[in-house]
Write a protein that binds this ligand. Structure first.
Ligand SMILES: [Zn+2]
Length: 344
């Protein structure tokens, strides 16, 4: 299950109540509530900010306090669902009986387990409804059904997972180039140049889709004509990788390694001689990143920015005497030569 706009819908009254019930000092609760309730928003419409809006509920996205407050709300959920398990008609899922497990939470994702019996499912749902009415959090996503889900009923979940993977990719890309999570401008280096082993002169990020294929331990499956959609899907991936598995290198392996399959699935790129100088444990990540752009000749020097029409001139920002090329910036500029002589 996924919660609808989990952060934006948490009731403030509930947060206050749970803080005081958990025994936090009233002064502390008051400080937290002041942070929450004094939030104001303004929307940019055609570049003009609207008058301030005063929300009535919800946690602020990006506020370091929010995840902790949200976790407290989910703690309440845990308690409510555990209470459900103590009601006599409740039956655990056969595989969760030993552990007395009826739910798992990860951030705003919930997994609920119980016996596939309509009465028991109803009981679980009532537990969730109690939680929902107190916190303001509502359920979204996968249809609840006491029966085995059909393939078509899982479409929504697949769509959401695919959307989530795309979103993760976009956030990583935006954060890497612009330091925030929602910038769609292109970065200085193409995505393919970022997602390959570092030895090939890239950032060493992984391609999530390929990693996912490699992580599917499908080698056990043999599809029959009556195979379900899951098996068919797995076998589709199997087809993609079958060439790899038939090679003598793979046939002689005693265990399946996701990492090895991933590197087999990835296109092999030529290695570069400088990767250890750029990516190593002692260099500061920021410096490594600048050095990496330098090696790819993608550093945004003024000469480069002038060429694409971003800058009015191409002169060095430090000495102002010469064109600001990579060569000038690192070797020829008065400032960098002074720097080097004072260090050496
Ligand atoms: Zn200079």
């Amino acid at each position: 299950m996924d919660l609808r706009k989990a952060y934006d819908t948490v009731e403030w009254g509930f947060i206050e109540e749970i803080l005081s019930d958990l025994g936090f000092p009233s002064h502390f609760t008051h400080l937290v509530m002041t942070c929450l309730t004094t939030t104001q928003y303004s929307i940019l419409i055609n570049g003009v900010p609207t008058p301030l809006l005063h929300p009535k509920r919800g946690l602020r996205q990006g506020d370091p306090l929010s995840p902790f407050l949200f976790t407290l709300s989910m703690k309440y959920f845990s308690r409510a669902i555990n209470t459900v398990a103590s009601h006599p008609p409740f039956r655990f899922h056969p595989r969760c009986k030993l552990l007395h497990l009826n739910h798992l939470c990860f951030a705003d994702y919930l997994l609920m387990f119980c016996k596939g019996d309509p009465k028991v499912v109803q009981l679980m749902f009532e537990g969730f409804a109690t939680f929902s009415s107190s916190t303001g959090l509502q359920y979204l996503g996968v249809p609840i059904s006491p029966w085995k889900l059909k393939g078509s009923e899982c479409d929504i979940m697949i769509d959401k997972m695919v959307a989530r993977i795309k979103k993760i990719n976009a956030i990583c890309r935006s954060f890497m180039w612009f330091g925030n999570f929602d910038d769609s401008r292109p970065g200085s280096v193409a995505r393919d140049k970022v997602c390959n082993p570092k030895a090939c002169g890239t950032m060493g990020f992984r391609k999530i889709v390929l990693w996912n294929q490699a992580a599917t331990d499908w080698s056990q499956f043999i599809a029959s004509n009556y195979a379900s959609w899951v098996v068919s899907l797995v076998c589709m991936v199997k087809k993609k990788c079958s060439g790899k598995l038939q090679s003598s290198e793979w046939l002689n392996k005693s265990r399946y390694s996701i990492k090895e399959m991933y590197s087999d699935l990835s296109d092999s790129q030529p290695k570069v001689h400088w990767h250890n100088q750029v990516w190593n444990r002692i260099s500061v990540p920021k410096h490594g990143f600048i050095l990496w752009l330098y090696m790819l000749n993608r550093l945004n020097t003024k000469a480069r920015l002038f060429r694409v029409g971003v800058c009015m001139d191409n002169l060095c920002a430090i000495c102002g005497a010469n064109e600001e090329t990579i060569l000038h910036l690192f070797y020829k500029c008065k400032f960098s030569t002074n720097c080097k002589t004072s260090i050496i």
